[in-house]
Write a protein that binds this ligand. Structure first.
Ligand SMILES: CC(C)(COP(=O)(O)OP(=O)(O)OC[C@H]1O[C@@H](n2cnc3c(N)ncnc32)[C@H](O)[C@@H]1OP(=O)(O)O)[C@@H](O)C(=O)NCCC(=O)NCCS
Length: 179
């Protein structure tokens, strides 16, 4: 795999764009950004994740995400401000081979919460999943205390399914079927 070295504001490798955002696959150079994102305990509170121990761990995750995109044409995408190129967080799909289903996930720096970025980027990912990849449905898994995330799923039209788990902790399952 090659890692393009272009300026972050360059929309050249954005695979999805919205009014305010560009979404692109991860590059190895995103490891420090991912480390910074997970270093806020409030950001990872309901995710089942912890802060990365070191940059090597963040690089391994970024590499896995990039490979997932290369293999399946889906993955968690870096979400950038379309105007400034600032990395705001990530949003995207994860393919679960065993169950052959993709889940939707998102995570943003706290200073950007409430601006509608999770909803806006998710809408682009949902369109991509249904129209470009032809997937019949998407799932999402949320801890019951994560009211903001549940609200995002409701706005996107997801429906509750049944109990689920995140890293062994009780969670709520959601589903969205292609119309
Ligand atoms: C969940 C998260 C991605 C939402 O991102 P965001 O860009 O702020 O989401 P949006 O602005 O698109 O929408 C948030 C909605 O939740 C609502 N909301 C926020 N906090 C809330 C709370 N405590 N209770 C109820 N609703 C809440 C907002 O008002 C908004 O709804 P509205 O548009 O009807 O007003 C963000 O909070 C985050 O990164 N959290 C940490 C990571 C995480 O938990 N990811 C999800 C794991 S399942």
């Amino acid at each position: 795999m090659t890692w393009p070295d272009i300026d972050e504001t360059d929309a050249g490798d954005a695979i999805l764009s919205t009014e305010r955002l560009n979404l692109r696959p991860h590059r190895l150079s995103d490891a420090p950004f991912m480390m910074q994102l997970n270093s806020d305990p409030e950001v990872v509170r309901y995710t089942g994740n912890a802060a990365f121990a070191d940059e090597a761990e963040a690089r391994a995750v970024v590499e896995r995400l990039a490979k997932q995109y290369a293999t399946w044409r889906m993955g968690r995408f870096v979400v950038l401000d379309r105007r400034t190129g600032e990395k705001l967080g990530w949003c995207g799909l994860r393919w679960w081979e065993e169950t052959e289903v993709a889940d939707l996930g998102y995570r943003f720096f706290r200073k950007h919460w409430g601006a509608g970025y999770a909803t806006e980027s998710s809408r682009a990912c949902i369109r991509y999943a249904f129209e470009d990849l032809g997937l019949p449905r998407l799932i999402a898994t949320v801890m019951p205390e994560n009211a903001a995330s549940i609200r995002v799923l409701e706005k996107l039209g997801f429906h509750r399914t049944g109990p689920a788990s995140i890293e062994g902790m009780p969670a709520l399952g959601f589903e969205l079927r292609r119309a």
